[in-house]
Design a protein around this ligand. Structure first.
Ligand code: RTP
Ligand code: MG
Length: 136
């Protein structure tokens, strides 16, 4: 069965949206396999966001991800990687469709980086890699 790594990012935890994110995952019929409230570190984020190192939003992204606890989850289900990306919606919460987590609950705050409530792995390979980073 496929697995994905979901993070409720610091903005989602701060705003009290963790339960709402979990509700949507469970209502869709996916299974929670692991769940932990965690503080990220520079080292962990360097691995997690390796593909974004050197991009203009990388430093503000890391600063944002260190700004408070995150809720890390392993979620399981048939085609769950693609399925959770659909639940999350587009990266830019202003463009994300209504009905999605980012479209319903997110907005642009005019900050240096998009604060968009959740992360979801972008392929089954990324899922396996990211689960290994967060739950070694
Ligand atoms: P994620 O990895 O968090 O699930 O989101 P994603 O695939 O939709 O977006 P990605 O391109 O992987 O970017 C990772 C995260 O970096 C922040 N970002 N901000 N121009 C911006 O303001 C910008 N671009 C990227 C977002 O938090 C995005 O989710
Ligand atoms: Mg991504």
């Amino acid at each position: 069965m496929e697995r994905t790594l979901v993070l409720v990012k610091p903005d989602g935890v701060r705003r009290g949206l963790t339960g709402e994110v979990i509700r949507r995952i469970e209502a869709k019929g996916y299974t929670l396999v692991r769940l932990e409230l965690r503080e990220a570190t520079n080292e962990l984020l360097a691995e997690h966001y390796a593909e974004h190192q050197g991009k203009p939003f990388y430093e503000p992204l890391v600063e944002f991800m260190l700004s408070g606890p995150v809720v890390a989850m392993v979620v399981e289900g048939e085609r769950v990687v693609e399925g959770f990306r659909s639940l999350a919606g587009a990266t830019d919460p202003t463009k994300a469709a209504p009905g999605t987590i980012r479209g319903d609950l997110g907005r642009d705050w005019g900050l240096a980086v998009q604060q968009n409530i959740v992360h979801g792995s972008d392929s089954p390979e990324s899922g396996a890699r990211e689960i290994g980073i967060w739950f070694p």
